[in-house]
Design a protein around this ligand. Structure first.
Ligand SMILES: [Zn+2]
Length: 291
């Protein structure tokens, strides 16, 4: 009973702090999206977890909304050095090939964006497991329960289980909506002046469920593949599913990341204070919940 009251009070205090921060002259708002689509691709969304997809118009509307609230869009790489003001950052997780649709929009609106990429998806060209689950789940399945159950497993076991359930070819891309970036497309994205590439681990394993050694390998393997694919490795990290703890924050720092992003729907006070805050920057968006 006491614990419930304590948690309730803590949530209320946190909500008030966030409300004050949203009005503050010095705060950072980071937007989070995943896959995107245009009118042509809309009918293909039955192959993916539709809740994670946003229409290009919706992305443009969110950008305009931030600007109306007085936010200036900056590069995510600049966050550690920003001293104040109302700043916004645009991010996209996972590395869907359909993120290429963003390039004309970003140039037109003059907004930089960071795409956090899962390197094994680029190299293996297998679909993301949550899309495979969404398109194969029998009607009436509570997807959120199935997702939570699978998230307890390591990614190779998730893929094995999906193959057993839905067939050997279930991880193959069906259309433009569910495909990860290819190596050439990743290079094309990385060469665009409005795009930077971030690390989203090698196979989207949940870092807080791993030993220190496994988590370090996830991050370092991805950095190694980025180095081979792009000739450089990212300075930014987004934790898969937003999962992190103090141990993972410290590890990300030790590995040289300059900032790391969660999926906690929070605004961040500027300037950032200390390395631990730099390694747990919240993000807000219509698709912020997972994965
Ligand atoms: Zn992700």
């Amino acid at each position: 009973m006491l614990l419930r009251i304590f948690n309730h009070l803590r949530r209320r205090i946190q909500q008030r702090r966030q409300a004050a921060l949203r009005r503050s002259e010095h705060c950072l708002k980071v937007l989070l999206f995943h896959g995107v689509y245009d009118s042509q691709q809309e009918q293909e969304l039955d192959q993916v977890d539709r809740g994670l997809f946003a229409k290009l118009e919706q992305v443009a509307a969110e950008i305009q909304c931030c600007r109306d609230e007085g936010f200036e869009f900056v590069r995510a790489e600049d966050i550690p050095r920003i001293r104040g003001g109302r700043k916004a950052v645009l991010t996209f997780d996972d590395g869907y090939a359909n993120n290429l649709l963003l390039l004309p929009l970003l140039a037109q609106l003059q907004v930089p964006a960071t795409v956090f990429v899962v390197t094994s998806a680029v190299l293996d060209q297998e679909c993301f497991w949550w899309d495979v689950l969404a398109r194969n789940a029998p009607p009436g399945t509570r997807l959120s329960h199935s997702r939570q159950a699978l998230k307890r497993l390591a990614p190779p076991l998730i893929r094995r289980q999906l193959r057993e359930l839905f067939g050997e070819d279930c991880l193959q891309a069906r259309n433009a909506s569910d495909r990860p970036l290819s190596p050439d497309e990743l290079r094309l994205m990385a060469s665009n002046p409005w795009i930077s590439i971030g690390n989203h681990t090698h196979d989207h394993g949940l870092l807080n469920q791993m030993s220190d050694g496994e988590a370090a390998r996830q991050l370092s393997d991805a950095q190694h593949h980025f180095e081979k694919l792009l000739g450089r490795s990212p300075s930014l990290l987004a934790y898969p599913n937003g999962r992190y703890n103090r141990r993972i924050q410290e590890l990300a720092c030790q590995l040289g990341f300059e900032a790391a992003f969660t999926t906690c729907p929070e605004w961040t006070p500027l300037p950032l204070r200390g390395s631990l805050q730099r390694m747990a920057i919240g993000r807000i968006g219509p698709c912020a919940a997972s994965p």
